[in-house]
Write a protein that binds this ligand. Structure first.
Ligand SMILES: Cc1cc2nc3c(=O)[nH]c(=O)nc-3n(C[C@H](O)[C@H](O)[C@H](O)COP(=O)(O)OP(=O)(O)OC[C@H]3O[C@@H](n4cnc5c(N)ncnc54)[C@H](O)[C@@H]3O)c2cc1C
Length: 224
């Protein structure tokens, strides 16, 4: 483990400790949020906790994360008035000496939130379908199947991964990956993305156009 890993673990621990001791989590599938039932002060809306009870940055939007760190620092400053020896947690900011000395440092070089991670991942996943052969061999299908299975276990937003896996494994096998060739796989990925869009209350994408969006570029020539 390098210094940065241990620093961020320590910060997570401090944040978790400041927000409450024993956390009991209840997954609210409809709102994609974790509720923390034992905290004195409720967590800001949209904050998702990890399985170990620490805030999960990769599962939370940047707005909710900022509300959380603000809540944690105000809790810390009020406890500091009574005891000046309490440890403090302040997220590294550009005004910190070490950060301001990093050339080109700005808000874009922060760790991703659930949305930035999602956008990058969808770009990767749809590009994977765009690069898939028109007709895949059994070996290629097997490899992709293994990848998707692992992906649905390892995706770093764990609540996203759990729901994605549940969608893939829905009874009757109707959402099983369809991998015989590019067209089928691209449409399947588009349906998978639409399942997440529906869950989040977003507009669905018309899957007839997945290839223009992710492989060939739009027919109106705007991507040429
Ligand atoms: C597997 C997975 C599970 C996720 N689960 C959650 C979750 O549970 N909770 C949560 O808050 N976030 C989740 N996300 C992130 C979420 O899907 C979005 O990425 C995030 O909210 C940012 O959304 P966006 O509106 O910028 O566009 P995105 O949904 O990221 O889409 C990026 C672009 O893809 C195109 N697009 C949209 N829909 C489709 C489609 N069906 N087919 C092809 N192209 C399309 C559009 O051009 C769009 O601009 C998940 C991401 C992934 C990869």
């Amino acid at each position: 483990m390098n210094t940065f890993d241990s620093m961020s673990d320590k910060q997570d621990d401090q944040l978790a400790a400041r927000l409450g001791k024993k956390k009991r989590l209840a997954w609210d599938a409809s709102s994609t949020q974790k509720k923390d039932e034992d905290l004195d002060k409720p967590l800001p809306k949209g904050v998702v906790l990890d399985k170990d009870g620490k805030p999960c940055r990769l599962c939370t939007s940047v707005a909710s994360w900022r509300a959380l760190t603000k809540q944690a620092s105000s809790a810390s400053s009020s406890s500091n008035t009574s005891s000046s020896s309490s440890p403090t947690l302040s997220p590294p900011s550009l005004s910190d000496n070490n950060a301001s000395s990093i050339p080109g440092a700005n808000d874009d070089d922060c760790p991703p939130d659930v949305e930035a991670l999602g956008r990058s991942t969808w770009t990767f996943l749809h590009s994977l379908t765009a690069a898939y052969p028109p007709r895949a061999t059994s070996e290629q299908q097997l490899e992709m199947h293994s990848f998707l299975k692992l992906f649905s276990r390892l995706y770093p937003c764990w609540v996203c991964a759990d729901d994605f896996r549940a969608w893939m494994n829905q009874s009757g096998g109707r959402n099983e990956p369809r991998l015989s060739g590019r067209s089928e796989f691209g449409t399947w990925m588009c349906e998978a993305h639409n399942a997440v869009n529906r869950k989040l209350g977003k507009k669905e994408f018309d899957c007839r156009f997945w290839e223009e969006r992710w492989r060939t570029g739009w027919k109106d020539g705007r991507c040429d």
